[in-house]
Design a protein around this ligand. Structure first.
Ligand SMILES: [Mn+2]
Length: 237
């Protein structure tokens, strides 16, 4: 049995505080919070919440690791441009559009898995749609991801709506035809050895959940990601 806590010192760092009356200040607050943790030589697995948080998190990680490979599990591309391009909004549908344009991530070494919504401009990302996941084994999908990212630093972001609503109903923008928890976990296990430097699990919305299905899926996926990190970065044992 592999226990990641035999190899890593892990703490719950608590929440990131910000002023709810001033949402425009939230991105900078998240970025500064992340920087303090990363500067201490630690890595982060962040739990959301709105997927927008990945944008300031990527900013903090890119400062340390350069253009990052994004491994992005989601029903949606989140690379849609803002309605008003002159004014960047705080939205959970545009953050990878901005992250790619700003060079925080390298789309040519990044991959999106589980998509089942349309976006004509993929911005150079490799897209593995949910239907393609269903037509192949998790091992084949994992191999495609590994081939794409190589040994580049990887930020892994898992939007829980990548899973089918049958497995994760507690989320804000559910889309039918998604992955099973089994498929997601097996794909993650197949990524053992990739150069993970940052991680998040987002879009879990407890008020919409039923029988804690989504909370259980999110927690299990988060634990699997901790194992992935430990397998690559273990410091003891
Ligand atoms: Mn999504």
């Amino acid at each position: 049995m592999f226990d990641p806590f035999d190899h890593l010192a892990v703490i719950d760092y608590g929440d990131c505080d910000f002023d709810h009356s001033q949402p425009q200040k939230t991105p900078a607050a998240i970025e500064a919070h992340a920087e303090r943790i990363l500067d201490a030589g630690c890595a982060m697995l962040t739990l959301g919440g709105d997927h927008f948080i990945t944008y300031p998190l990527l900013k903090a990680h890119a400062k340390k690791h350069g253009p990052i490979s994004l491994v992005h599990f989601d029903a949606h591309s989140d690379t849609w441009p803002d309605a008003d391009d002159s004014q960047q909004g705080i939205s959970h549908g545009t953050m990878f559009y901005h992250a790619a344009r700003e060079g925080l991530i390298d789309p040519l070494r990044s991959v999106q898995i589980g998509l089942r919504t349309t976006n004509d401009d993929v911005m150079g990302f490799q897209v593995i749609e949910a239907r393609e996941v269903h037509r192949n084994t998790p091992e084949i999908i994992a191999e495609m991801i590994r081939a794409r990212v190589g040994d580049n630093p990887v930020y892994l972001t898992f939007d829980i709506d990548c899973l089918d609503p049958a497995f994760a109903p507690g989320t804000c923008t559910p889309v039918c035809g998604g992955l099973t928890t089994h498929q997601a976990l097996e794909i993650l296990r197949g990524l053992c050895g990739i150069n993970l430097i940052g991680m998040d699990v987002v879009e879990v919305s407890p008020p919409y959940d039923h029988a804690e299905l989504t909370a259980l899926a999110g927690a299990t996926i988060a634990m699997e990601i901790v194992c992935l990190y430990a397998a690559r970065h273990k410091v003891k044992g």
